[in-house]
Design a protein around this ligand. Structure first.
Ligand SMILES: Nc1ncnc2c1ncn2[C@@H]1O[C@H](COP(=O)(O)OP(=O)(O)OP(=O)(O)O)[C@@H](O)[C@H]1O
Length: 744
């Protein structure tokens, strides 16, 4: 590789950053100024010129997408790279997982190497179970997830009193014990426990166990306290720090990042500060408009000419807009614009549904970036429980759920399932004790069916049979006799079978790629599937594929397209209604991030008759903040016949009930957000039952059931949406067409 040539392509600011060798350096970069470019050049510089092995670098990103991009770009430059060399490259969580698995002594804290990683929702479920069993007094249980997040720091600081004077800290203590007993980590635990063990390494002077030479951080503006502490430990262990970020792109304060982060980092690490002020991406007009939303002052220079002005469109509603966009995109395609250069951004995932339907009808190739995890697909949700218990017998709750699932498996009562699993666990423990005492005892295995399968799994697949038989999903599928447990008489059977089959294929490929034994590979996958969620099960949008990209503003971060359409710039959507100034600031930065993805053409639109509840008709004030000289010909109204809209709406409602399978395992197609697709469609759709509406009219609040959130009460309802309150999940909104709620 010719590094001189690489360096020559950088501007003076970028070069200075790449060549900087201070013990700590923070690069405060402007949007589109080449942060990713610099980060990759830095890694190459250290490796090629300074002879730092990749294994001695920890490269931390905030998303798997960013980590993937860095890996890809490195692989493109150096084809002989192996996954082992890049084990320290990834998100904070995946690097912490690697440390806990391969470097730090977790067993000294009582965990076992086969630990699993659970999603926040699973932690809440566990917490609710403890509350019930131990009769704890917890206020605002419907906001438990938020409360656990918000008050965790107080608890960790050793505070005695919770915010509401209840048993929350007792719960946190018990939750910690229970997770340890079940050998489980949450995402936050991964970093928390890593921090604890790294601190101990430092205190005990055992730095030789782990001492990276460099720590390189992308999007550093998104770091929260626990992540900063993680960086700090690595620095104390001897690593030099190089971090890049943009204070104008802080869009995750709800996760704990903060807007004064650069000042904080400079103070904490005594870092040198460099800047990258030149935006290479956007035309002059786009950049000038985006600057109206920039919150942190400072030079933002564009390298490009003024280019085309922005456009603002007014639509009757989202249905009309979708038709307009389809026609517009068709026109662009005919004029030679590649589909992959066109993107539509929206504020909420649910806004993609109408676009998907219309684009499918109009044969516009598209891909939707959907945040959907394995847990959103009922059959996989069940099968994961089966696998979790099969691979980790300490995870008794998973075993109970696998047996007591309402749709799959043996469909036992919760009580009976608990009894069975408890007896299995006791029996195993007993057998273990007898084995270590005398050799004479015989296992009295009375269990059969799924229980027997789960308990025998680890033993059955114990030897490393990866190369022989486990290249075929059928082997595991048949082992569990899944044809029996997936209920072949159900209408969804063939779809479910395909889901499971695909999951198994993925797991096997994953184990093979990792060069791991079967069991070990499966265990690692079970952790990663929670950790990576979407990425493992569902292809991210393929930026190279020639299709229009549909995504939320959040998902657009870090990407660029020649043509960008930001839709629904109405108050209530962009910006969302917020309760405080800080969140409002974040909404503004989010809009800034979206606008600055556009290279050549940016169009913004709003509705005069929005369908969503709590969305105000008319343009949001954000549109009024853009100087009119940057906008082509004022606001243009786009009209569509109302009859067309009604027909279209009916079609969307009809077709939205069938969700193409392809998109879940790659490929384009329709998809729903995690929240909206958490369960199977119910038989009786809300809005289609006369009694439902009648009850509302007479002031009674109808009760509904949702597959994931349980029983709730409708709080409001309009033509398209329905809002319901659930005891443990708070208020949730649903699109009626998806029929997820069943009236009780
Ligand atoms: N020195 C340069 N000369 C010309 N183009 C450049 C240069 N550096 C970066 N670019 C181009 O500028 C665009 C933005 O670069 P990059 O994606 O690295 O920016 P970024 O700072 O990571 O963006 P964002 O702020 O959106 O995260 C890319 O198209 C990249 O190829």
């Amino acid at each position: 590789m010719n590094f001189e040539r690489e360096l020559a392509e950088l501007n003076e600011y970028q070069r200075a950053a790449v060549l900087d060798e201070n013990a700590a350096c923070i690069v405060s970069a402007k949007v589109g100024s080449g942060k990713t470019t610099v980060l990759i050049s830095k890694v190459l510089y250290l490796h090629d010129q300074k002879k730092v092995p990749y294994e001695d670098m920890v490269v931390l990103t905030f998303t798997n997408k960013a980590a993937g991009e860095i890996r890809e770009r490195l692989a493109a430059k150096e084809s002989s790279l192996s996954p082992e060399q890049l084990q320290g490259f990834g998100t904070f969580h995946s690097v912490a997982l690697h440390l806990l698995r391969d470097v730090l002594p977790v067993e000294e804290l009582g965990y076992e190497p086969g630990f699993t990683v659970i999603e926040p929702d699973e932690e809440v479920e566990l917490a609710l179970q403890i509350i019930e069993e131990e009769k704890l007094q917890i206020k605002y249980k419907n906001r438990l997830k938020k409360r656990l997040e918000q008050e965790r720091t107080l608890y960790e600081q050793g505070k005695k009193e919770t915010r509401y004077g209840d048993d929350l800290f007792v719960l946190m203590h018990r939750l910690g014990q229970e997770k340890l007993r079940q050998n489980k980590f949450t995402f936050r635990d991964l970093l928390r426990v890593s921090n604890f063990l790294l601190r101990r390494l430092v205190a005990e002077g055992e730095k030789e166990k782990f001492h990276p030479a460099w720590i390189i951080v992308d999007e550093v503006q998104d770091s929260d306290d626990i992540q900063i502490e993680f960086m700090e430990h690595l620095v104390v262990l001897g690593a030099k720090l190089f971090a890049v970020g943009d204070p104008n792109q802080v869009i995750y304060t709800w996760r704990g990042s903060r807007s004064n982060i650069f000042y904080q980092l400079k103070e904490r690490f005594g870092a040198r500060e460099l800047t990258l002020p030149i935006n290479y991406r956007s035309s002059g007009a786009i950049l000038a408009a985006a600057k109206c939303f920039q919150q942190n002052p400072g030079e933002l220079t564009g390298a490009r000419t003024r280019g085309e002005k922005l456009r603002i469109r007014r639509h009757y509603n989202a249905f009309g807009e979708a038709q307009y966009l389809a026609a517009e995109i068709r026109g662009l395609m005919e004029s030679g614009v590649a589909c992959r250069e066109i993107a539509v951004f929206y504020r909420l995932q649910s806004q993609s549904e109408i676009l998907e339907k219309v684009f499918t009808g109009e044969s516009i190739p598209f891909e939707v970036s959907v945040k959907k995890t394995i847990q959103d697909i009922p059959v996989l949700n069940w099968f994961l429980k089966v696998l979790r218990f099969s691979c980790n017998e300490k995870d008794a709750p998973a075993g109970v759920k696998a047996l007591a699932d309402k749709q799959y498996g043996e469909i036992r009562s919760a009580k009976r399932a608990r009894e069975i699993i408890e007896s299995v666990v006791t029996e195993k423990a007993e057998r273990g004790r007898q084995k270590s005492g005398s050799e004479s005892s015989q296992p009295a295995d009375e269990h059969e069916g799924l229980t027997e399968k789960m308990c025998g799994f680890a033993e059955y697949f114990a030897e490393d049979c990866l190369e022989n038989v486990i290249v075929d999903p059928a082997y595991v599928y048949d082992y569990f006799e899944l044809d029996r447990y997936l209920k072949p008489t159900a209408a969804r059977y063939s779809e479910d079978r395909e889901y499971v089959w695909n999951l198994l294929e993925r797991m096997i490929t994953f184990a093979l790629e990792q060069g791991l034994g079967f069991l070990e590979g499966f265990r690692l996958f079970l952790n990663s599937s929670a950790l990576y969620g979407v990425q493992i099960l569902q292809k991210e949008v393929n930026l190279q594929a020639d299709s229009v990209k549909l995504m939320t503003l959040h998902a657009s971060k870090g990407l660029e397209f020649s043509h960008v359409y930001i839709i629904g710039v109405n108050f209530g959507l962009i910006p969302l209604r917020t309760g405080d100034f800080e969140t409002e600031d974040e909404e503004r930065r989010l809009f800034f991030v979206g606008m600055t993805r556009a290279k050549d053409y940016l169009e913004l639109s709003y509705y005069t008759n929005p369908d969503q509840v709590r969305v105000a008709p008319g343009e949001s004030r954000y549109l009024q903040m853009i100087p009119r000289e940057l906008v082509e010909g004022g606001v243009e109204e786009v009209r569509f016949e109302k009859t067309d809209l009604q027909k279209l709406r009916k079609e969307v409602e009809k077709s939205a009930r069938v969700q193409p399978l392809a998109m879940l395992f790659g490929g384009g197609g329709a998809g729903k957000s995690a929240e909206e697709s958490a369960g199977e469609p119910a038989d009786k759709p809300v809005g289609e039952t006369a009694e439902g509406s009648a009850e509302m009219k007479h002031g009674k609040m109808p009760r509904v059931r949702h597959a994931k959130y349980g029983v709730g009460t409708i709080t409001s309802e309009d033509e398209t949406m329905v809002t319901a309150e659930f005891e443990n999940y708070g208020e949730k909104q649903f699109i009626k067409a998806f029929s997820e709620l069943e009236y009780l």
